[in-house]
Every structure is written in structure tokens, then in C-alpha cells.
Design a protein around this ligand. Sequence first.
Ligand code: PEP
Ligand code: MN
Length: 352
Amino acid sequence: MSNQELDSLRSQLDDINLKLLQLMSDRAVVVQQIGQVKKKQGIDRFDPVREREMLNQLVAKNNGPFDDNTIRHLFKQIFKASLELQEDDNNKELLVSRKRHPEDTIVMVGDVAVGKSPMMIAGPCSVETEEQVNTVAKNLVEQGVKLIRGGAFKPRTSPYDFQGLGIEGLKILRRVADNYGLKVVSEIINPADIEMAIQYVDVIQIGARNMQNFDLLKAAGDVKTPVLLKRGLAATIEEFLFAAEYIVSRGNNQVMLVERGIRTYEKWTRNTLDILAVPILKQESHLPVLVDISHSAGRKDIAIPIAKAALAAGADGIMVEVHPDPAVALSDANQQLNLMEFEALMNALNIK
Ligand code: PEP
Ligand code: MN
């Protein structure tokens, strides 16, 4: 074969490649249009029956030189790529996704940045007395911590357990925090309380039991106050992100995600800390991700290693419960650190 002949065949091949590329791109556009029609009609994107029909049609027309299996294999790859294209388009639509917003979101709690360098949120499970909150706050400030947590509205499993001090609890938190220059994080459980709560709190916490309380998510999305959203007891990562989307889609993009363990069959911890969720959430979303080492473990003897694991996995911060005298705490007595244990945790982590 002369060089000239080879060149001409190669140039034919280049032409065919370009035509194939054009045809595949045209096909992809049609697939996207089909995806949109299906979405409107609420039909599943993947239709195995239709795929089987298309493959049968192609094989029936196949006159070689490729054998039928090779044709099936080649077209299956094209079908698969098109389906993935539709999925990408879908994910792109989520405001919380990194595809939509590649840069990290830094949540500003007043002048405190969450999402820049690892930070700590600490404080009692429940606000019990002003003296209790004051003792913890003083210790936090000594450790360089800037955000204090404390529950005033407690979503308790039993209706007979301590339900929290309500608005009075928020007022205590505000007074003490102002005295020490701290920011307040506190859980709100009723959408109707959001407007009232933002007069007292710097961060609205939405707890695990309310992760899919859609009215609460919407109400938190309608204000400008930062929101700390916890993963539900049995929520998938995808459901967690959709819950965050409820808030961000209403106009409040100041959302932090907190992995706090999910329910499994394990009995030696209160929940199972899904450490894998941390890098996945960081990868899929631009929102800051924190790890609650108290409600995940339900015990305090492993606080230091799990906090280290969380930071190693890429968490933007740690949340932990601290009480001056955990043994007599009105809630979560087993998992709250005393002041000395908290100091040891802070020394082990070297964060503020
Ligand atoms: C809390 O942080 O006070 C709390 C109740 O945690 P969770 O919603 O994660 O159970
Ligand atoms: Mn608690």
C-alpha cells in the first residue's frame, strides 16, 4: 500500500470520526429533551424496555463486520453515557451542590467564619439555669471557643422528659453569650417560633428529628439567620442535601451541615457516626460540614479519637456537649463532657 493510499484512508477515518462525534452529540441533545419531557410527566428516566427495543432493532439491521454482541456493547455504552448526562443535569439543579457552586460557602455568624478553618461549637445539651450556662460559657471563652450551643426547646423521645425552658432558655443564652462575646446556637422545633427565635439566637439549629419538617425548613429559609441542619436519624446523604436545599432555595444560603450519626443495629454507641458522609458531603456540596461527637457516640470516653477522625476526614468543625456536672444533667447525662474533659479535648485538637 502506497503512502498516498494510507493517507487517504486515514483522512476518511478522520472524517467518519467527526461525523460519529456529531451524531453522538445530536443524539445526546435529543436524549436531554426526552429527559425533560419525562421529568414533566414524572416518569423514571431509565426505561429498560425501550433500551431493549433499541438494541434489538440495531442488531436486526446489523450486516457486519461487527458481530451482534459487539454492536450491543457499543450502543449500551452510548445509552449509558446519555443517561449519565441526564443525571448530571439533574444534580446541577441543586443549589447546594458543588457542581452548581464550586467555591466553598463560608457561613458568617456575625464575625465568626464557619468553613474556613476547623472550629468548635460547644455547650450544654439543655439550658438548665443561668448559672450552669454561665459556668460553661466562661470555660469556653478560656478555651478560645466562639460559639455556644444549648437547647431551650428540646425534642425529647418521651413526653415525660425535660422539655427545655423555652423562650426563657433563649433569654438566658443571649444574656450569658453577650456577657462573654459568644454567639448562640439553639434548636428551634416549631416553624412559628422562628421569627421570635432570631431575636435571641445567632444560629438556628434544626435537629435530627426535624430534618424533614418541611415547614420548619421553609421558615428557616425565609430568614437571614444562619442555620445548622442536622442529619436525620435514618436519612440518606441525598435526603440530607435535599433538606438543606429546602432552606437554600428560599434564599438563605447560610447553612451548615452536621453529621450526627445514623441509627444502626450497633448497641455500644447511641448512633453510628457515618464518617464517610463527611468527605462525600464536602465533595457533593459547598456547605460547611461539622461532626457532632456527642449525639453520634452517646458516650464520652471516645470523644478525642472521633473528633480527630472527623477533622482528618475533612470536617469544618466539631460540635460537642459540655456540662459543669454531667451526672446531674437534665438530658443526655451520659455523653456530656465535664469542663476538664472538654479542656483535654481542646488540647488534643488544637482548634478554636
Ligand atoms: C441536640 O444537638 O441538642 C440534639 C437534640 O441533637 P440531634 O438533633 O442530633 O439528636
Ligand atoms: Mn443532647
